[in-house]
Design a protein around this ligand. Structure first.
Ligand code: PHE
Length: 347
């Protein structure tokens, strides 16, 4: 056979090479590329080719050798990869593949930060049930039956007798103040607790409202607790949470369970108080409700209101998270979209 034809027929063979194990690959290398291999032999033959054919045949021959080398190397790699996989599957003591970790939920990050700040000034965590009764959510907190204040915090009833609300009606708590009533009835002052948890409201779902959200409420009861103590604790919290330059202001408000009551704003942490679209040009954003615990609440929980006084406050974790991370739509917090959650990986 002429050299050119031999090259071509070897090329077809080489291109179609297949192997199932390392020995077969080695046998191929010996067959084609070793000192006595078929391709090597063609290079010897090439020496006696007439000068005018050398250029063309030389190119073909080099191309054949390169193709064979690449093909055989590829097969060797494929087989060694397969071997590693087989070994991995059979080796029960192998190092496991790393587990892909999720990320902390932004609401958990912010809740923990709030807890951590208040723990530095002596608050401990108290928890209670989400499925509550009327007594702990409204009754002991000075909401009279049928009082319009109940409309501000309408919730979902699980069992309700027709007509007037009964202390035994079963419902989803509308605030974690219910935990405070449980703490006050089971512990003696001084009491200094933080009540984090999920709460429910009968609200239409939108970018700005949801039928459930998260709160952290605080309660401090002792002898001689004053409004100045409340203000100082909240100022400390605000500076720790939003930065040392943060200012607060307290505006009179109404809650059935506190007297006097206030709403607290912080200086807008986006514009620094000069006015922007986030704070609607006012320089202030509202973050929580607070006040001095109403004596009626203390008495309803078995605490002598002549001896003790206290303050309480409550904030929405979603609201604080919005301020910290600018989340525009509340619904993102509960959709479990990993593209949203992954953005908090480094927080
Ligand atoms: N419980 C109130 C709410 O859910 C918040 C609050 C708590 C206000 C304590 C005053 C004192 O809106």
């Amino acid at each position: 056979m002429a050299l050119k034809d031999t090259i071509q027929s070897l090329m077809t063979q080489v291109e179609g090479l297949k192997a199932t194990n390392a020995e077969e690959v080695e046998a191929m290398r010996i067959k084609y590329l070793s000192k006595k291999g078929e391709i090597t032999a063609l290079f010897n033959e090439f020496r006696s080719v007439p000068a005018e054919e050398k250029r063309e045949l030389g190119q073909l021959l080099n191309h054949l050798r390169q193709t064979a080398e690449t093909r055989i190397n590829d097969l060797r790699e494929q087989i060694s990869d397969q071997m590693v996989n087989v070994q991995k599957e059979n080796d029960l003591t192998r190092t496991p593949d790393p587990i892909v970790l999720g990320t902390r939920h932004p609401l958990s990050l912010v809740r923990e930060e709030i807890e951590e700040i208040f723990s530095r000034i002596g608050f401990t965590i108290a928890q209670g049930p989400e499925v509550e009764d009327d007594k702990h959510v409204y009754g002991m907190l000075n909401f009279a039956p049928e009082h319009p204040a109940r409309d501000m915090q309408d919730t979902f009833f699980i069992e309700k007798e027709a007509g007037v609300q009964k202390p035994t009606d079963v419902l989803l708590r509308s605030h974690t103040s219910s935990v405070q009533t449980r703490v006050m009835t089971s512990q003696k002052p001084p009491i200094r607790v933080l009540c984090p948890g999920r709460v429910y409201r009968n609200e239409a779902i939108s970018a700005r409202a949801h039928c459930f959200f998260h709160q952290v409420e605080g309660l401090y009861i002792d002898k001689n607790v004053s409004f100045a103590d409340l203000r100082e604790a909240l100022l400390y919290f605000s500076k720790e949470m939003f930065g040392p330059e943060t200012k607060i202001r307290l505006r009179p408000s109404y809650f059935p369970f506190t007297e006097p009551s206030a709403e607290m704003d912080i200086s807008c942490n986006i514009c620094g108080g000069t006015g922007c679209s986030f704070c609607k040009g006012t320089g202030w954003v509202e973050i929580l409700g607070c006040g001095m615990v109403d004596p009626n609440v203390l008495e309803a929980c078995g605490i002598d209101s002549k001896e003790y006084s206290g303050y309480a406050f409550g904030m929405g974790v979603e609201r604080i998270t919005n301020l910290k991370y600018r989340v525009k739509d509340l619904r993102l917090f509960s959709e479990n979209d990993v593209r949203f959650l992954k953005q908090f990986e480094s927080c």
